[in-house]
Design a protein around this ligand. Sequence first.
Ligand code: SAH
Ligand code: SF4
Ligand code: F3S
Length: 464
Amino acid sequence: MTSPAPESPLAAPQRKKLFIRTWGCQMNVYDSTRMADVLAPLGYGPAETPEEADMVILNTCHIREKASEKVFSDLGRLRLLKTEKEQAGQKMVLAVAGCVAQAEGAEITVRAPWVDIVLGPQTYHRLPEMVARASRAAGAQIDTDFPVEQKFDLLPEVNANQGPIAFLTIQEGCDKFCSFCVVPYTRGAEFSRPVAAILAEARRLVAGGAREIALLGQNVNAWHGEAPDGSTWSLSRLLYALAEIDGLARIRYTTSHPRDMDDALIEAHGRIPQLMPFLHLPVQSGSDKVLAAMNRGHKAELFYRIADRLREARPDMALSSDFIVGHPGETAADHAATMQLVEKVGFALAYSFKYSPRPGTPAAGQPFQVPEAEKDARLQELQAVLRRQQDEFNRACVGREVDILWTGPGRHPGQIAGRTPWLQPVHAIGPAELAGRIARVRLTDAHPNSLSAVLLEEKELTPA
Ligand code: SAH
Ligand code: SF4
Ligand code: F3S
């Protein structure tokens, strides 16, 4: 009888390759890194393309019709690749994750029976088990539960080396049920991670080289987490605690709801220097009637007041927002109110969308749907003004001296790329070693989506 050979370092687990394609919000970006973390112990490392991958995950978004459609066209292409691989005697595990998986789990397995795994956003910790089952059994493994156990408690510790800018999900789900939105159905009820878990993850990220952390949540400012002493903290309190972490130079949080911008949070913007002077605060519409139809729970007036008070607290504050044109019932006068809000508030950046009816949401079944041509016209009008405001904001930055967090090489040789406090991409001629550091520049030129700059004295460097 022979005994098994002792483990030798050469007999390391076979390296397999994982390709993840991510759509949707930053929470999906964060989730994709967590799925990679959970599969690493099974021997999966990153693949550059689906062609070289042993496993492909599509991490999907269901927010608008276009976003969901992309999944099925991608699945068509991957079917061919999977068949080619099988003919060559190789295997490829194909998984659909994210919000389309949650909303259309069973339908995916009918429309695309070559998919091996369908899993919703709350069950990523079960991925290794599903991969094992998928390689044993034929037919798709589906898991779109909202389990009682928390995925955050069961996922391995975050891989700390995410680069100078890291994401940290602190809150998930949504209880607000805006008329148009699928998130409460795909991500489930609102849940806040506890303080200790968040602070530990933040420290780990900073130890791994993060200088900026963006706290994430579908309703991030509704976060209310349990502190070690059993009390409940609000977001402002968490921001003060994060600001104490040595080496963490920049803090952001996204996405916020106007209803949850409390006084303490607005005040924190004036008191915490690490909190960057840029806030994404979706308003969707400037018409009180449409805001009510959307079930947003506030009037335009609240948004005006928040914008003013944020700018009082922090004069260099820039705002970003989301808009929907053509919500059912939106008239020309309602649209004019949105245009007026945009002109009055002024945005450094904004995302705007045509209303897209989503199955199962209240607005989808409402009468008075706005004709497509009207939606197009309103979107164009809105986007022209938003584009102009973004250009004006970028041009107004030219000549200013600001701190840049450098993230890596730029597009051209000798260039480095980074971000301003207002999240604008910046490039300058400079040494590659600046990556992960903050150094001052003078901004010299504004382009449509970025700025160029010259580095000021290197003695301005902060220690790494
Ligand atoms: N939690 C955030 C929004 C998350 S969804 C908030 O409350 O503001 C991101 C953006 O997608 C929304 O702000 C909205 O502008 C847009 N969106 C959501 N559902 C949509 C739909 N059915 N049609 C068009 N745009 C939509
Ligand atoms: Fe969707 Fe509204 Fe919740 Fe935002 S607050 S995620 S728009 S339901
Ligand atoms: Fe999309 Fe789901 Fe995020 S629907 S926007 S990926 S929460």
